[in-house]
Design a binder for this molecule. Structure first.
Ligand code: NAD
Length: 480
């Protein structure tokens, strides 16, 4: 059985812990590889390799760093099919999605930050009349930690690593133990691209065994984390008293506000995607749909009709729109919310049942599920389900819509469907979210700030925000 090994100091190695975890193929429900469950000794090895690499890497010219990142981007692109296949097998997502979105985006992350670092500049401030000049150095932090989740495995892993190394840091990174395969394969690409050993070290294992030692490491000075809100709070409890820099990208329960004056056909097509893409396992999915009363019944009918055409199936079947959920425990969690919805008086308008996919009888498949709720404070409307489950509910006024949209502890993204410009301007300001999409969804320009407010996180990724996070500003004040 294939072993998923750590990648430390430019070579693959077995974990010192000598512990292993099972790796499941969720579309078949079978164990297909075994994952190093690293511990603090492995994290220490990774840290030491990173520390050793840092002086040279942080003094490598920007041009050289840029070229290396772009080379990695090219190699990811050249391995598109292989990586997309590995991602689909490891995660359960449709191969077509991994090929069109996940892997191209992983490549784009390296390309983008390879280019962005050449444009990154620091500020200077002349104190006129005082004969003083200030300039700000933006220096790499040193060794930083990057920890990522399972839903967009290589996409989110590289979204952190690329700016970290572009800015001159060395990294100890941990992908999710639920989906480690493409991060493991990335090691070969890093070596082939000629990234110096130790610049990027990949340690596998569970959060408790491999993640916690990264967060608690005395000399790892910054942590960039994407994952659940409860884990983020745990990480903050350890890292904040150590005065580490922290970027936390956490959970969401994103509202989708649909007004009667929207472009109806476009809204309908995109709402199906924003509800069920990646089996609803995208932190940006619009899981709470609020529809203006005058078009509510029509929307309900048309939405159900469109969703009923989605094909749930084997990720490698070309016709598949909705693949397998990532794991058995996750499937059970999502199912438990469907039960809660019924207990709370919600009506299952569509879906809700396990799907038996021929040839993949042990896989974790669930129908896309639409639940009509009559109270936006019910648990299915307040808690992150993170699966192919959306709720729908009508609203009468703009004020009511905004109150319901903002009436959760999360604030990651919001989607607004309207052609009224004044309403767009008004509501965009009022929505409590880090990202507002108007008449679109998951439309990403990598230069824009990305992140959430409230319990959805602290800090922003993307563009120069990420390069700022991975550098320490130092002001130098010169009197002349
Ligand atoms: P998770 O919090 O369980 O795990 C995320 C990562 O943290 C994994 O690598 C895990 O091993 C590690 N980890 C767990 N406990 C740890 C600890 N104590 N110390 C250090 N590391 C630890 O999240 P998940 O289930 O993998 O991912 C789903 C969650 O991620 C959802 O809540 C989703 O909304 C969120 N998410 C957020 C964004 C965003 O950009 N805001 C993007 C994708 C996913």
């Amino acid at each position: 059985m294939q072993k998923i090994l750590n990648y430390i100091n430019g070579t693959y190695c077995e974990p010192k812990s000598n512990e292993w975890l099972d790796n499941y193929n969720p579309s078949e429900g079978e164990i297909y590889s075994t994952i190093a469950n690293s511990n603090e000794k492995d994290v220490e090895d990774a840290y030491m390799a990173a520390k050793k690499a840092f002086p040279a890497w942080s003094n490598t010219t920007i041009e050289t760093r840029s070229k290396l990142l772009i080379k990695i981007a090219d190699l990811i692109e050249a391995n598109l099919d292989r990586l997309a296949e590995a991602e689909a097998k490891d995660n359960g997502k449709p191969f077509s999605l991994a090929k069109a979105v996940d892997i191209p985006r992983a490549s784009a992350n390296f390309r983008f930050f390879g280019n962005a670092i050449t444009q990154f500049a620091s500020e200077s401030h002349e104190s006129i009349g005082l004969n003083t000049m200030n300039y700000t150095l933006r220096q790499p932090i040193g060794v930083v930690g990057c920890i990522s989740p399972w839903n967009l495995p290589l996409y989110l892993f590289t979204w952190k690593i690329a700016p970290a190394i572009a800015a001159g840091n060395c990294v100890v990174a941990k992908p999710s133990e639920v989906t480690p395969m493409t991060a493991y394969l990335l090691g070969k690409i890093l070596t082939e691209a000629g990234l110096p050993p130790g610049v990027l070290n990949i340690v596998h294992g569970s959060g408790a065994s491999a993640g916690q030692p990264i967060v608690a490491h005395q000399d790892i000075k910054a942590i960039s984390f994407t994952g659940g809100t409860a884990t983020g709070a745990d990480i903050a409890r350890t890292a904040a008293p150590m005065f580490k820099k922290l970027s936390l990208e956490l959970g969401g329960k994103n509202p989708n506000l649909i007004f009667a004056d929207c472009d109806y056909e476009k809204m309908l097509a995109v709402t199906v995607k924003s509800s069920f893409a990646n089996q609803g396992q995208i932190c940006l999915c619009g899981s709470r749909i609020f529809v203006e009363q005058s078009i509510y019944e029509q929307f309900k009918k048309d939405f159900i009709a469109k969703v009923s055409k989605l094909k749930v199936g084997n990720p490698f079947d070309e016709a598949t729109n909705v693949g397998a959920l990532v794991s058995k425990p996750h499937l059970e969690k999502v199912q438990s919310y469907i039960k809660i919805a019924e207990e709370e008086g919600g009506e299952i308008l569509f879906g809700g049942k396990i799907v038996n996919v021929e040839g993949c009888e042990n896989g974790y498949y669930l129908e896309p599920t639409i639940i009509e709720v009559n109270d936006d404070k019910c648990r299915v409307n307040q808690e992150e389900i993170f699966g192919p489950v959306v709720t729908i509910m009508p609203f009468n006024t703009e004020a009511e819509a905004i109150e319901m949209a903002n009436g959760v502890k999360y604030g990651l993204s919001a989607t607004l469907w309207t052609t009224n410009l004044n309403r767009t301007m008004r509501l965009s300001k009022k929505l409590e979210a880090g990202i507002v999409w108007v008449n679109t969804w998951l439309n990403r320009d990598l230069r824009t700030p990305f992140g959430g407010v409230k319990d959805s996180g602290v800090g922003r990724e993307g563009g120069f925000e990420a390069l700022k996070f991975f550098t320490e500003p130092k002001n130098v004040c010169i009197s002349y």
